[in-house]
Design a protein around this ligand. Sequence first.
Ligand code: ADP
Length: 613
Amino acid sequence: MAKVKILIVEDESIVAMDIKRRLVALGYQVIGHALSGEDAVSFSGEQRPDLVLMDIHLKGDMDGIKAADEIRRNYEIPVIYITAYSDEATLDRAKVTEPFGYILKPFQEREVHSAIEMAIYKHRAEQELREAKEAAVEGYKARSKFLANISHELRTPLNSILGMTQIAMDTENRNERNEYLSMAKDSGNHLLSLINSILEFSKMEAGKLELVEQPFQLDELIEEELYLVWSTETSEELELYVSIDEKSIFSLRGDAARLRQIFRNLLQNAVKFTPSGYVSVEVSTKGNIRTGRVELEVSVSDTGIGIPEKEKEEIFSLFYKLDNSLTMVQGGTGLGLAIVKNLIEMMDGSISLVTEEERGSTFTFTVPMKIDRKEMRPPLSLPSNTKVRLICDDSRTEKVKSEQIEGWNGKVYVQKHPCVEGKTDDIWCVFGKRMFTEGIKKRLLTEGVPKSKILVSSPVREEEHGDTDDVYVLPFFGGRKEFFKLLSEAAKAEVPRGKQIQCTLEEPVKGRNESTSVTAQDRGTSALGSWKAVFEIIGAFLNTGYTLLDKENFLEIEETALQLKVELEQWGYKELRDLLFKVVLAGRKEDKAAVKKALDNLKESNASRTIEE
Ligand code: ADP
């Protein structure tokens, strides 16, 4: 144990030295000697001794009793008087300063020793008592706040149920009545989920929630949750990127249901608070098979509204909701993140948040997991010499998919354009918006790539895929095993010989003048390097454009037109670029008639072109 640190306050140096010698012999550490009351106060403030041995009669304005009073009040350090005075008046004055002992000179060592030990003990006991009292008061305040919050949160949906049922009872019109009852039902459901969350949280707090251990496949768990959230809760404006590190260990043991709950909560929040942009998920494990354990790390990032710096910690507290319009619209209980944090801590993990207002947030959590050796499968590997030509409409997907295919020992060639150049034995993987993939797919087929060697994937829900021309269609958000299976099949597929068409197209001429008749020399090697390709891509754009117009999805019209406009601009198609810009502007104004006119003009211009093969 550390030695007790003592300050001696004594204006006679010889006496002070004698006291010091005796204290050291008793095993104490004397950290200082003050000659006056003022020195004693300032020394105590700076050095914080465990105890002060104080002479009462000191030279100067401040005597020992005054100094002891200040030291007790300002620094809560116990003081023992060591003095030659024992008259009633001095004792009365000293009592007021609540000393921890009063030793009369001349003194015995044993006397000093027991006085110091008792003082230290008494001081510690008082301190512990004070801390326990403070904790009890804090606990009481927290419980009262919790109860006040719960009552408020429960009362809101309950009032709404009562109000809506009353209005429904007073309403004759059947349709209106149904509407009110449906609102009451929504509030009932909200109340139910609130009560479930509160019960779950209380169980956790009471230490009654036990984690279970079960085997699970990490990639399957992540993809299932992504699928559920993606297919039910996302808006069309939102893009989703998933990256599961292929070097990870996928067969794990742990509480899979709780892991799902944590991940789902973070994902749902990311989707809820990101009106447009993207949500991206990164999953990896670090560890060594020999240790039998891995550290699982999952990050959920979004480009949403973000969280103010000063509220970063608070959003993990119970019932905490940010004061912004999106939170008001989305509702919620404010319990999700508190439960998430508790669960992660129960699993011996941690969660962190990096966020910036208006730019988005990244929640990252790490939890230790056991490796399930019984279920360990060998890492996935594509047939040797599998070559994949990858064409994506955004660099993020390009990076994620390249890493994934390389992780399976495939050789990846990132292509910006679908110039086949005789590479019909390679697999052609196309990721992007529907219009993009459709255009590229048609081009690949015309250039002789067999269907069995083409894989396309678009961020559309399954039912929207429609006619796929028999090429493979992947679930966009991941489908790691599915993707691997399709790539393996495509790698093994036989290419019908003699059917290959060599790509004989020449380099495109950048910045050339637009002409309505194009010869073979004009045709380039890229998606937009030939008039034929431009004709097809504009055709595909028009099909999508008219469909989006029917649905009055002006935002998507504007975005796709803008994307195509930028590409056409790069290739020097000025007239088409201007026509597309009109589509962009009309879409931005959400003017249905103007969009239709702009699309019609584009259609007319496209149809007027003669394509010479
Ligand atoms: P709930 O269960 O109601 O969704 P949470 O505890 O999960 O509540 O989140 C608390 C609050 O933190 C939310 O109401 C929201 O204001 C804010 N929040 C959570 N996640 C995000 C995010 N990804 N982006 C912006 N705000 C967020």
